[in-house]
Ligand binder design. Structure first.
Ligand SMILES: Nc1ncnc2c1ncn2[C@@H]1O[C@H](COP(=O)(O)OP(=O)(O)OP(=O)(O)O)[C@@H](O)[C@H]1O
Length: 465
């Protein structure tokens, strides 16, 4: 696990030898910022004056005992996990510690790997607690600390606003982020916002994993040594090296083959990798942000995505809602796109009448914001500065003046589409449902739909354009 930022451990023991031994052990295990105190009388004052994220506490000490300190800490700072360390390995002491709210109980001499595991867990819990608090503050205050990072994302949706706040809450964490959501919904745009908000000095580097076999993935991500294979005339640094100090965005991660998944898991766990053909172990500090439009529950159940990799990737996770779940964004997005496209084409900026927006809001947008952009591009290109008209949007029907009642209400098609759908709309709906049901597996989806895989693939590509 990569260490969370802003960690600050406090180690309390009256034996200086133990303080040195444990500090060295933690430093060699990537746990930085460990303060030590040998006089238990100073502990509570220290915690008051410093932002301590976790405490390791000796139980038997002169002056103030571990039990007294634990009691005070759990009462005044319940957010700080306390690990108790004692030579008294009896069950009664262990039970007393845990009942008083200790996070963990270790007996001396302490097993180093057990101690490191416990400390890392405590820091993780403390970090999650801190993020929860920040999240709560943000949600209650409804303000953004870094609005510029979201400037290019047009939205008036509360759901999207909640995502912006979540991104700010996890800004200082270096743990991976998993972004899910349908194609064209804005995952990459939000991944860039994660990068911007985190304020890291390095670049945002993007790699699309779709269609890459294990060799291509490894070569692109990790690079190769000169002479590693026929044609490797010179050394190549991979994208992970280019992302040093920054963010590596792995798009379409659900498509990654199983062999590459193992290599990515190693990178996430150890933050280490090898170039192809090289024995030299290299380190990476890039933050990983991954995205996919697939359903991970289905992929994991089918065995095509490793559980351990999934749990590493989703240390932080959010889903971008499809456009049809935030139809309030259709109007602002049409205005924004029409404005930009008209400027690009040197035309007067066309107005978008309410009737056009209302008609668009009836549509399901399987291709989401990308599809809306393409529609507006077509409309502005065909139009000459006049207000946009429904005829500029082929396939979009006028919104009914009044919601259809009586006969229509009983018809399941109306319940699904809000109006009688076109053949094209039904087809797109069926394809989207089949893809959802099969977790994005095109072969299985084609079977369900009674199509061949190439035909389905062609239709999906047409939808995306
Ligand atoms: N809220 C938004 N405001 C402005 N532009 C947007 C917004 N959401 C998406 N876009 C634009 O729509 C297009 C698709 O967005 P993006 O590439 O981020 O989607 P995606 O979810 O990553 O898609 P895919 O799964 O196909 O990779 C991009 O051109 C992006 O700039």
């Amino acid at each position: 696990m990569s260490s969370p930022t802003q960690q600050h451990m406090l180690l309390v023991d009256d034996e200086p030898g133990i303080l040195t031994e444990v500090s060295l052990l933690l430093a060699s295990s990537d746990v930085q910022q460990v303060a030590t105190l040998s006089d238990s009388r100073n502990v509570l004052q220290y915690v008051k004056e410093h932002k301590v994220t976790s405490v390791i506490l000796d139980w038997v000490m002169p002056h103030v005992t571990g039990a007294e300190i634990l009691h005070a800490l759990t009462a005044e700072h319940p957010e700080i996990p306390v690990i108790v360390m004692t030579a008294m390995g009896d069950v009664e002491t262990a039970v007393a510690c845990m009942q008083q709210g200790a996070f963990d109980f270790l007996t001396k001499p302490v097993d180093p790997s057990r101690l490191v595991a416990s400390v890392k867990k405590a820091l993780q819990v403390s970090e999650l607690g801190r993020q929860n608090l920040m999240l709560k503050d943000y949600l209650l205050a409804d303000t953004l600390r870094n609005p510029d990072a979201f400037a290019g994302i047009v939205t008036t949706s509360k759901k999207m606003r909640g995502i912006f706040q979540y991104i700010e809450a996890i800004a200082s964490s270096r743990l991976p982020v998993l972004i899910t959501g349908e194609t064209g919904a804005g995952k990459e745009l939000l991944a860039r916002a994660v990068h911007e908000v985190s304020g890291v000095p390095g670049p945002f580097i993007s790699l699309n994993a779709a269609g890459l076999d294990d060799f291509m993935f490894s070569d692109t991500l990790f690079g190769h040594k000169k002479g590693a294979f026929t044609g490797a005339d010179s050394k190549r640094d991979g994208l992970i090296a280019a992302a040093a100090g920054g963010t590596l965005f792995l798009d379409e991660i659900g498509d990654l083959n199983l062999a590459s998944q193992i290599k990515l898991l190693r990178l996430l766990q150890e933050r280490e990798y090898y170039r192809i053909g090289s024995d030299l172990l290299l380190k990476s500090d890039a933050r990983i942000v991954a995205a996919s439009n697939m359903d991970f529950t289905a992929l994991r159940a089918a065995g095509s995505f490793r559980n351990d990799l999934y749990f590493r990737l989703c240390a932080h996770e959010f889903r971008v809602p499809p456009l049809r779940e935030r139809l309030e964004d259709v109007g602002p997005l049409v205005d924004y796109f029409a404005h930009n496209i008209a400027l690009e084409q040197g035309k007067a900026i066309p107005a978008a009448p309410h009737s056009v927006i209302a008609a668009l809001a009836q549509y399901r947008f399987p291709g989401n914001v990308r599809e809306l952009y393409n529609m507006v591009h077509h409309a502005v290109t065909c139009n000459d500065g006049q207000p946009l008209a429904l005829s500029d949007f082929p396939g979009i029907a006028a919104a009914p003046a009044r919601p259809p009642q009586s006969v229509d209400a009983a018809n399941p098609l109306f319940a699904l589409f809000g109006k009688f759908p076109t053949v094209l709309q039904v087809e797109e709906y069926l394809i989207a449902e089949a893809m959802k049901l099969t977790g994005g597996n095109q072969t299985q989806a084609a079977e369900l739909l009674g199509l061949t895989r190439p035909t389905l693939n062609k239709r999906l590509k047409q939808e995306r354009q």
